[in-house]
Ligand binder design. Structure first.
Ligand code: PMV
Ligand code: MG
Length: 363
């Protein structure tokens, strides 16, 4: 039997701007996993996922018509990942077989609530990694990333694919996304293998070394948020009026220079610069909320951040916000117990996560 485990992720900085090609974010892989097992089968196969049962299927309307929103449903990511990996295998002349594929996940709480650790990205990557072994494809990490990113484009995901980069590569990553339109156009004319062999414009995935005296803390608000909904809302209101478009462009530029300085803080081992840029990014996201009227930092996230700041950390919401998690960067020598007990008084749950690195740097 084949079994692979893939880590979840957390955004550190650069959110929302990172959905635009070429604008950077920093994202980390965390040691909570999605696992996929594959067992050879004959004549027919099965797909089973803990995440599928009981999962409500969300819907929306387009011109009055009811449309199911598949973007929050992990099953569709599994199917898209299978279709693409098998297409790749076929183009390489490999015979397809039958198997029973099973997904188990630690990226949801025991009561089924989502932590916001990127389960859709992780399940896509885990499926591809398992099939990579099943068909002995010998895919490198960048190829796995590209197949997973194409699977997300097939589901009309509006995300940056930073979650996929974290799950594929592990560790701390500086990421900026590829030109999605360029890839969609090439998809119509190129074979899968040749599209994957091309350089994708603006895509950048760089592992970062974290300063030894940096500590990352994670707090969970207990309320789930839909990233795809929040990104849709930001996309709609940034186009609303001319003045929003101008402010949004300014936000993109400022986020870019902030994240570039943050990355520089990693390269120069400068924890105080990293902290300063985390605070700056928090302010930039507040400003984006003002422009778009989308609530990124909820009252619970504000409390999480304010308490962390009072204890000497630099804090912000992680990812799309609207609930889920907040992150804190602190110096290794800052004691964390006072913050932990203050969080608990306010029902903010510290998540005992660590950054996850693939052994030998390979996934
Ligand atoms: O809420 P999360 O952790 O899934 O992060 C979303 C980050 C965004 O930049 C808002 C969207 C994206 O896909 O990059
Ligand atoms: Mg989130």
């Amino acid at each position: 039997m084949i079994e692979v485990s893939v880590p979840g992720k957390l955004y550190i900085a650069g959110e929302y701007a990172v959905v635009e090609p070429g604008y950077p974010a920093v994202v980390v892989a965390v040691d909570q996993f999605i696992s996929v097992t594959i067992k050879k089968a004959t004549k027919n196969g099965s797909i089973q996922s803990q995440q599928y049962s009981d999962l409500p299927i969300r819907w929306t309307r387009n011109k009055g018509e009811l449309i199911l929103d598949h973007r929050d449903n992990p099953f569709h990511y599994i199917l898209a990942a299978i279709r693409l990996t098998e297409k790749y295998a076929q183009e390489k002349g490999i015979d397809l077989g039958f198997y029973d594929l099973k997904v188990t996940s630690e990226l949801d709480s025991s009561s089924g609530r989502k932590y916001g650790l990127g389960s859709s990205g992780a399940v896509t990557v885990a499926t591809i990694k398992a099939l990579n072994l099943f068909y002995n494809l010998k895919l490198d990490q960048l190829t796995q990333f590209k197949i997973a990113a194409l699977a997300h484009l097939d589901i009309q995901s509006n995300g940056s694919c930073g979650d996929i980069a974290a799950s594929c590569f592990g560790g701390w990553i500086a990421f900026s996304t590829f030109d999605h339109e360029w890839v969609k156009q090439r998809r119509k004319t190129e074979s899968l293998v040749s599209l994957i062999e091309m350089n994708w414009p603006k895509l950048s995935i760089r592992p970062l070394t974290v300063p030894k005296n940096l500590r990352l803390l994670i707090g969970w608000t207990g309320s789930p948020a839909s990233t795809s909904d929040l990104v849709d809302q930001v996309n709609e209101s940034k186009e609303d009026k001319k003045e929003n478009q101008v402010s949004y462009q300014k936000f993109l530029q400022e986020s870019k220079s902030c994240v570039e300085e943050l990355i520089d803080g990693f390269l120069t081992n400068d924890v105080s610069k990293i902290k300063e840029m985390i605070r700056k990014n928090r302010q930039l996201l507040h400003h984006l909320s003002k422009i778009t009227h989308v609530q990124i930092e909820t009252p619970a996230l504000k409390q999480l951040c304010d308490l962390a700041e009072a204890c000497g950390g630099a804090a912000k919401s992680s990812g799309a916000g609207g609930g889920d998690c907040g992150i804190v960067i602190a110096d290794q020598k800052t004691g964390i117990l006072p913050l932990m007990s203050r969080w608990e008084e306010k029902e903010i749950i510290p998540l005992p996560l660590h950054v996850y690195h693939y052994r030998g740097g390979k996934g």
